[in-house]
Ligand binder design. Structure first.
Ligand code: PEP
Ligand code: MN
Length: 318
C-alpha cells in the first residue's frame, strides 16, 4: 500500500503515519519527493489491511447524488448515444425506476476501426438534452484529451475507459479538471495498477474518483470477461475510494447481468453501472448485454434488496 501525504503535511504528520504503520506490524519505506512524501507500507496483506490510516472513506458527490459510504448508486443507460429517441426514452426509464446517473458514450473505444465510433459532439448534445429533461447527471467517456473541453460541458462524471486506464497524460489532465472520475480497470490490469492509475488523478488534487471493476481477461471463454468480485472487498481494504461494478461489459450477456449485479451489491459495492436499451436487438453496440428497458424497474427492486444485505440504501428518486 502507498500512502501519499498531502503537500501541506509536516514532518510530524509523516512520523505519525510511520509510527501507526510500525505499530500495525508492517514497515514503512519513505520517499521524500520535491512536492510530496510517499510512504510505502510493506508487510503481508493482512497486516497492511488492518492498519487504520484513513479516518473517512471518500464519498463522491455528483449533483446531489452520493456515491460511497452508506449509499448504493445505479448508473444506467445505453452503451452508446445513438439517437435522440433512444437516449430520451432510456433516460426516462432509468430515472423513473430510481437510477441515480445516466450513462452513454459519445466517443466509443471499439475494437475494430470499422465499427461505429460514436456520435462525438452530436452525441454530447443529446446527452445534454437527456439531462435537461430528466435531471439525471451524465457519465460519459473521454478518450482523447482533445475532446476534454467539449466533454466537460456535459459530463458530471468523466469516464476513463478500461483501454485508457494507463493513459497517464489523460489521467493527469482529467485530474486537473477536478471533475468526478469513473476509472475503469484495464482488461488485464492488477488492482495495484488500477490504484496507481487512480493516484495520477488524485495527485492533481482531484479526490472525486470512483474505481470500476468491469471484468478482466482470463482463460474462460464462456463469457466476455471474468467479473472479479473479490476486487470489491480488496479495493476497499486498500483504498478509501468508492467501488462501482460494471457487470454488463464483464458478461457480454444479458442473463448474467442481474445475478452479477446482486452479487456485487451483496459484496459491498458502492454502485453498479449497467447498460439498458428500449430495443436491444436494434442497438448499435452491445445489444446482447443490454437489459431490456421493460425489465429495468424489476432489476432495480432486486438490486435494492441485495444492497440492503451490505447495509446500503438506494438513493431516493431525485
Ligand atoms: C463502456 O462502459 O462504455 C466501455 C467501453 O467500457 P470498458 O471501457 O470497460 O470496456
Ligand atoms: Mn458498451
Amino acid at each position: 500500500m502507498m500512502v501519499v501525504m498531502k503537500e501541506s503535511a509536516t514532518l510530524a504528520d509523516v512520523e505519525a503515519v510511520i509510527e501507526r504503520v510500525e505499530m500495525g506490524g508492517a514497515s514503512a519505506h519513505v520517499s521524500r519527493g520535491e512536492l510530496v512524501t510517499v510512504i510505502g507500507v510493506i508487510g503481508d496483506r493482512e497486516h497492511v489491511g488492518s492498519i487504520e490510516l484513513e479516518g473517512a472513506r471518500t464519498v463522491v458527490e455528483v449533483d446531489g447524488r452520493r456515491i460511497g459510504g452508506p449509499h448504493f448508486t445505479t448508473i444506467a443507460g445505453p452503451c452508446t448515444v445513438e439517437s435522440r429517441e433512444v437516449m430520451l426514452e432510456t433516460a426516462r426509464t432509468v430515472r423513473d425506476a430510481g437510477a441515480g446517473l445516466l450513462r452513454g458514450g459519445a466517443y466509443k473505444p471499439r475494437t475494430s476501426p470499422y465499427s461505429f465510433q460514436g456520435l462525438g459532439e452530436a452525441g454530447l448534445r443529446l446527452l445534454q438534452e437527456a439531462k435537461d429533461e430528466t435531471g439525471l447527471p451524465i457519465v460519459t467517456e473521454l478518450m482523447d484529451v482533445r475532446d476534454l473541453d467539449a466533454v466537460l460541458e456535459v459530463a458530471d462524471v468523466i469516464q476513463l475507459g478500461a483501454r485508457n486506464m494507463q493513459n497517464y497524460t489523460l489521467l493527469t489532465e482529467v485530474g486537473r479538471t477536478g471533475r468526478p472520475v469513473l476509472l475503469k480497470r484495464g482488461l488485464s490490469s492488477t488492482l495495484d495498477e488500477l490504484l496507481m492509475s487512480a493516484e495520477y488523478v488524485l495527485k492533481e488534487g482531484n479526490e472525486q474518483v470512483m474505481l470500476c471493476e468491469r471484468g478482466i481477461r482470463t482463460f474462460e471463454t464462456g463469457y466476455r470477461f471474468t467479473l472479479d468480485l473479490m476486487a470489491i472487498p480488496v479495493l476497499k481494504e486498500l483504498s478509501h475510494l468508492p467501488v462501482v461494478v460494471d457487470p454488463s461489459h464483464a458478461a457480454g450477456r444479458r442473463d448474467l447481468v442481474l445475478p452479477m449485479s446482486l452479487a456485487a451489491a451483496a459484496a459491498g459495492a458502492d454502485g453498479v453501472m449497467v447498460e439498458t436499451h428500449p430495443a436491444p436487438e436494434e442497438a448499435i453496440c452491445d445489444g446482447p448485454q443490454a437489459l431490456r428497458a421493460e425489465d429495468f424497474s424489476d432489476y432495480m427492486r432486486r438490486l435494492e434488496q441485495a444492497a440492503a444485505l451490505a447495509g446500503k440504501e438506494l438513493q431516493p428518486v431525485a
